[in-house]
Design a protein around this ligand. Structure first.
Ligand code: ZN
Ligand code: ZN
Length: 413
């Protein structure tokens, strides 16, 4: 770990000549052409092209659309920098000149900015190889939003096929007045589990419920009873969310269907709470089906989810100190853990430290105009990630490159 002041000076040198206009054009091009999870072919090709031109040894197609660029530059640690690349099925409503040209698909989570930051950092570091030593691995990850792209890359053997990381860094754009960086030591993002439930009843005529076991009524009790799981089974100091996002049953007014399907999402911040709540969901579903007299036990399927993101405490403090030196002490804050989830942590093998931080990007005029007296009040009233109005301010382009460059240099010098 190098002195923050030394890293800051070097970062300044490396990024002073950065072609900001060129990176803005690169960003706008990605924003115009968003691609859904595991379909990031054009985005991956753009990223791979820039990395190749900068001298990286580039592999495409790692877990379908993933990109890995390796720059071996002498003895030293292996640093991984990661950006996710996928867009969302959201119809853009920003009205921007560079708005999406793909109907119903939008970079509403800012992953286009993440890729641009990664390109800027990769080029700056490649352009000053004499100032650092070690191996830089640049990862363009597919399918963060839907499909578990990080897990797919690990399953595709990225830890064996490429230099294994000693440290992994990632960052995400977030709502909040543009120009702040949020560092949280330890838990920073929650675990997310999707749970599918099938309630099996007995179907029949709507006029003769006595000859059926109505799965609609049973599933409705399940939904209602699940609402008390968080309030009655989670300690007040713990945070957790359980949402029933889908409820499907029936085809016609006068038919009692044979089954009902629910789709749940659970967010938790500790292993104990996660296990307790998964058990509670199972218990509530089975209990309600038993009470209703369902002829067959229900199905409760926990789908592969995202784990907690837990920053290495010492590493996060070191990188926060570097970022204070690079961007100004007053711009580095700690928002604390959020209920959002990420698969970023899977890219760090067991025991390898990682650090993940947020860069705020709400344009100053949008922030000023938003109703609200204080920061939390305003935060509720500006477009957030996944909103059709989400539009990061491009003033954060250079700071986001500097955060990545300085994090890498802190280990590579
Ligand atoms: Zn997202
Ligand atoms: Zn995202």
């Amino acid at each position: 770990m190098s002195e923050p002041a030394v890293v800051a000076r070097l970062t300044e040198d490396l990024t002073a000549g950065m072609k900001t206009g060129d990176l803005e054009d690169f960003y706008r091009d990605l924003h115009r052409h968003p691609e859904l999870s595991f379909q990031e072919h054009r985005t991956a090709a753009r990223l791979a092209g820039r990395l190749r031109a900068a001298g990286y040894e580039v592999t495409e197609g790692a877990a379908r659309t993933g990109v890995v660029g390796v720059l071996a530059n002498g003895d030293g640690p292996v640093v991984w920098l990661r950006a996710d690349m996928d867009a969302l099925p959201v119809r853009e409503a920003t009205g921007l000149d560079h708005a999406s040209t793909v109907d119903g698909v939008m970079h509403a989570c800012g992953h286009d900015l993440h890729v641009t930051w990664l390109v800027g950092a990769a080029e700056a570091l490649a352009g000053a190889r004499e100032t650092w030593s070690g191996t830089l691995v640049v990862v363009g990850q597919p399918a963060e939003e839907d499909g578990g792209g990080a897990g797919a890359m690990v399953a595709a053997g990225v830890h064996e096929r490429f230099p294994r990381p000693d440290v992994v860094f990632g960052q995400h754009v977030a709502p909040g007045l543009a120009g702040f960086t949020s560092h949280t030591s330890g838990l920073v993002m929650s675990a997310s589990d999707d749970i599918d439930v099938v309630v099996h009843g007995v179907g029949g005529h709507g006029s003769r419920p006595e000859s059926t076991v109505d799965p609609v009524v049973t599933a409705a009790y399940v939904v209602t009873r699940l609402q008390s799981v968080i309030s009655r089974e989670v300690a007040a100091k713990e945070a957790a969310v359980l949402t029933v996002g889908q409820f499907h049953a029936g085809t016609k007014n006068n038919v009692i269907p044979a089954e009902a399907r629910l789709a749940l999402n659970l967010r938790t911040q500790s292993t104990q709470t996660r296990e307790r709540l998964l058990a509670a969901v199972r218990r509530v579903v089975e209990g309600e089906c038993l009470a209703a007299g369902c002829p067959v036990p229900p199905e409760v399927t926990v789908l592969p989810g995202y784990p907690n993101t837990v920053n290495d405490t010492a590493l996060d403090r070191e990188i926060a100190a570097v970022h204070r030196e690079v961007l100004g002490a007053e711009t580095v804050l700690d928002f604390g853990p959020v209920m959002g989830s990420e698969d970023f942590s899977l890219l760090a093998p067991q025991g390898v430290p990682y650090d993940y931080w947020f860069v705020t990007s709400t344009p100053a005029d949008v922030w000023e105009a938003a109703p609200g007296e204080d920061l939390p009040g305003k935060l509720d009233n500006v477009p957030s990630n996944h909103s059709p109005l989400f539009a990061p301010d491009l003033s954060v382009l250079v700071p986001g490159v500097r955060t990545l460059v300085s994090a890498a240099l802190s280990r590579l010098t």
